[in-house]
Each structure stands twice: as structure tokens, then as C-alpha cells.
Design a protein around this ligand. Structure first.
Ligand SMILES: NC(=O)c1ccc[n+]([C@@H]2O[C@H](COP(=O)([O-])OP(=O)(O)OC[C@H]3O[C@@H](n4cnc5c(N)ncnc54)[C@H](O)[C@@H]3O)[C@@H](O)[C@H]2O)c1
Length: 253
């Protein structure tokens, strides 16, 4: 999915630009696949192709990590997995709470990809008293009355909001007051948060709208009988993957 920006400045820890941070998960996903196939080294071109990123951009991104590869050999896959995981803070376990366990919240709770990437679902929280105690993905749903205690007991710093839009700001305020400093917001609303709290917004309908824009443009070009537009000039090697180039589907908060 595609990344926009958080409420943090464009440049963050140790001078790594936000756009580079947004691409690190793409490299990590490609590198993990190579690691699972026991591939020891990879060239910047191969890795860039696997991650869907331009290779010059990849080399620049890795230079921020102090990783330059070896000429004629490429990058050491296992070391890069470690380096990127460390940079992203994935070498530690992150307890996450999901608030709003409807269709989307339940689907997220059932998604195995969080745990395998170090994000443990510590609790599922919903305002519906009829859901309290019912297991979703093997975890009993807890009532919102318990929200503050759950956050504190589990040392949760990351919250996922999957409530209706009208409830999202209030849920956000409670999460922040209880100590959450990073929020992944699926509700179609703009959240306001104090300084120091990062919000990332996921909106699949916006991604579809961007694709619709490109579809419309392609149709227009065909109708005008124009010569085929090279991929890099038309939708771009990155423009079709998100607002910030080759980055995942999360929008600015
Ligand atoms: N970002 C995306 O791409 C995307 C995709 C699908 C849905 N959504 C959004 O995700 C949200 C959830 O969608 P859904 O289909 O799962 O809805 P849903 O109605 O199935 O579930 C919402 C859940 O939130 C709970 N809830 C309501 N108010 C609450 C509160 N104050 N505190 C805690 N829980 C509360 C409800 O009891 C319900 O269980 C909606 O805002 C929807 O627009 C976003």
C-alpha cells in the first residue's frame, strides 16, 4: 500500500528522508523473499526491480543506511534485512491495539502479516457491549471502557482505528491521552493530534481514484490516436504506485 507523510518533519531519525523511510518496507519485503530462497547477495538492479523502485533511488536510499554494497557482488541479503529491520524498529516487538472490530477491524485482526513483522495484536477494542468477550482471531474483544487500562497494561504505543468516521477523533483522543503516539487510521476522516503523535491514513478508495485517473488518461490517449507512451513517461516507474512514487497505500493524515 502507498505512503504519504506523517505529522513529522520531512527528515527524521539520523537524517533519513521520509520518502526513503516509506520505501524501506518495500525493500524489506523483497529482501525477505530472497532470504527465504536462501539467496546470499543481490544487485541493486535486481532488488530495485523486485521492490518496484528505480535502482538509482535504491542506491541513494541505502547510502542513508551506510550500505553501499560490493562492486560486482551486490548487497548481502541477510545483512540488509537486519539493517533495514533495525532502522524501522522491527527488531523489537510492537504491541498494537485495534479499535473498532467490525468488518475491517476483524479482517485486520485475522491478518497474519502483522505478527510475522513484529506487530503483536495486544487487544481488540469495540464500543458494542454485545461484542465484549467474543473472540475474533482468537482474541476476546474488550469494551472501550477498558481502553486506557489496556493501553497502559500492555505498553501500547501504536493504535489502529477502524471505527466509523464519526467516532474516530474521539477514539484517537482517548488513545493519545492513554499514551499512544502512533496511529494508523482507516476511518475516512482527518484526525487532529498533538505534536509528537504520528498519524498515517489508509484509504483504498483514494488509491482506486488515482487508478481511475490513469485509466481515464489512457483512454483519452487512445481516443486521440496518440503513439504509445513509454511506461516511464506515462504512468511512470513509480507514479502508478502511490502519491510519493514507489511507496505503499497510506495517505497523509
Ligand atoms: N481505509 C480503507 O481503505 C477502508 C476500507 C474499508 C472501510 N474503511 C473504514 O473503516 C471503518 C470501519 O469499517 P467497517 O466496514 O469495519 O465498519 P463496521 O460498521 O463493520 O465496524 C465498525 C465497528 O466500530 C465499532 N465502533 C463504533 N464506534 C466506536 C467507538 N467509539 N469505539 C470503538 N468502537 C466503535 C462498531 O461497534 C463496529 O463494530 C469505517 O470508517 C470505514 O469507512 C476504510
Amino acid at each position: 500500500m502507498a505512503t504519504g507523510r506523517t505529522h513529522r518533519p520531512a527528515t527524521r531519525s539520523r537524517g533519513i528522508p521520509e520518502a526513503t523511510v516509506a520505501r524501506l518496507p518495500l525493500y524489506l519485503r523483497a529482501l525477505t523473499a530472497l532470504s527465504e530462497r536462501s539467496v546470499p547477495t543481490v544487485s541493486s538492479e535486481e532488488l530495485a526491480a523486485a521492490a518496484g523502485v528505480n535502482s538509482a533511488k535504491l542506491r541513494k536510499d541505502f547510502s542513508y543506511l551506510g550500505s553501499y554494497g560490493t562492486r560486482g557482488v551486490g548487497y548481502d541479503v541477510e545483512y540488509l534485512v537486519y539493517q533495514i529491520s533495525r532502522e524501522l524498529g522491527l527488531t523489537q516487538d510492537w504491541p498494537v491495539v485495534i479499535v473498532g472490530i467490525g468488518n475491517l477491524g476483524a479482517a485486520l485482526a485475522n491478518y497474519g502479516g502483522f505478527a510475522s513483522r513484529g506487530f503483536r495484536v495486544a487487544a481488540l477494542i469495540d464500543a458494542d457491549p454485545n461484542m465484549a468477550g467474543k473472540p475474533v482471531a482468537g482474541i476476546p474483544v474488550q469494551h472501550t471502557d477498558e481502553l486506557e487500562r489496556i493501553i497502559q497494561d500492555n505498553g501500547v504505543s501504536i493504535g489502529v482505528i477502524a471505527t466509523p468516521a464519526g467516532a474516530a477523533q474521539q477514539v484517537c483522543d482517548r488513545l493519545v491521552a492513554a499514551g499512544v503516539t502512533s496511529i494508523l487510521n482507516f476511518a475516512p476522516t482527518v484526525l487532529s493530534v498533538p505534536d509528537g503523535v504520528d498519524v498515517r491514513k489508509v484509504d483504498l478508495s483514494i488509491e482506486l481514484q488515482i487508478l481511475a485517473f490513469h485509466e481515464q488518461r489512457k483512454a483519452g490517449e487512445e481516443a486521440a490516436g496518440e503513439a504509445a507512451v513509454p511506461a516511464a513517461a506515462g504512468r511512470g516507474d513509480s507514479a502508478d504506485q502511490g502519491p510519493d512514487g514507489d511507496v505503499p497505500a497510506v495517505m497523509p493524515a
